[in-house]
Write a protein that binds this ligand. Sequence first.
Ligand code: NAP
Length: 305
Amino acid sequence: MSTTWHILGAGSLGTLWAARLARAGLPVRLILRNQTRLASYQSAGGLTLVEHGETRTYPVIGETPDSQEPIHRLLVACKAYDAEAAIAQLQQRLVPNVELILLQNGLGSQDAVAAQLPQARCLFASSTEGAFREGDWRVVFAGHGYTWLGDAAHPTPPLWLDDLHAAGIPHAWSTDILTRLWRKLALNCAINPLTVLYQCRNGGLQDHHCEVATLCAELSELLECCGQPAAALDLQDEVERVIHATAANYSSMYQDVANARRTEISYLLGYACHAATRHQLNLPHLQQLQVRLVDELLARGLPRD
Ligand code: NAP
C-alpha cells in the first residue's frame, strides 16, 4: 500500500500535484485551512484542473489540520510566508521520520521549516511548472515544465520518486538543489522587481539593459560570497535569455502586485539583501532596488514583507 500524500494548500501548485497524483490512483488527502474552507471545497465536489483546454474534476478527499490521521509524507504547497505557521498546526500529526517536500519559491522558508522540525527529512523543490487559480478549487495548468527535487543534507533519492513518475510529473533528482534555488532567486531578483517598478512585461526590460547588467554583476558577487559560484556562472547571459524568451509574460511578482496580493519579496530580493548584509557586502544597486520596491508596495497598500 502506497504512503498517503498529504497536500498542504489547495492553491495553484497544490491542485496541480494533487490532481495528477490522484489521477494515477495514488492516495491523496488535501489539508485545508479550516471547516469553512473544507465546507466550500466539499460543495464544489473536488478539485478542477484545466489542461490543454480540457476540464476535469478530481474528488480528492479534504480535511482540516485537526484531523487525526498521522502524516508520513507532506507536500507543502502554500506561499513561503505561510509555510512555517501552516506546518506548526500539523506538528502533532507528523510521525518522527516524516518527509516534507517544500515547493516554496525563493530561499529562507525552507531553512525555517527544517529548523522547526529537526527530526523530519526536508526535501527542497524548484519548479518551472506554471499554474494559476481561475477561482476557488479551479486551477489552470498554464506552463509545462520541470521540477527538481533534492535534499541538501542527504544525497540519496527517496523511493517515492516512482509515484511522481506514475503521475506523469516531470522531475529529476538534484544533488545541487541549493545551487538551483540560488540561481532561480538571482534570476528573480534581476527581473521581477524591475517589472513591478517599470510596470512592464518581462520584455520591457530590454529597454533597461544597463540597469539589469549592473544588478547581475552585484548578484554574481553575492552568489560567489555565499559559496555558490556555480549559480553565478554566466548569470547575465541567462537573465538576458529569459527576458527575451519570456518577453510577452508578466512576472509572478508583477501579477501579485497587479492583483493586490502579498508578494514573496522577503524570500527573494529581501533574502538576497539580508545575505549581503550578513557578509558585509556593499551592493548599492541591489539595496536601492529593495528600497524602491518596498516604497512601491507601501504606496499600493501592500505588505512590505
Ligand atoms: P497559491 O495559489 O496562493 O496557493 C497557496 C495555498 O496555500 C492557498 O490555497 C492557501 O489557502 C493555502 N494555505 C495557506 N495557509 C494555509 C494553512 N495554514 N492551511 C492550509 N492551507 C493554507 O500559491 P501557489 O501559486 O500554488 O504557490 C505556492 C508556492 O509555489 C509559492 O512559493 C510560489 O512562489 C511557488 N511556485 C508557484 C508556481 C505557480 O505557477 N503557481 C510556480 C513555481 C513556484 P486559501 O485558498 O484558503 O487561501
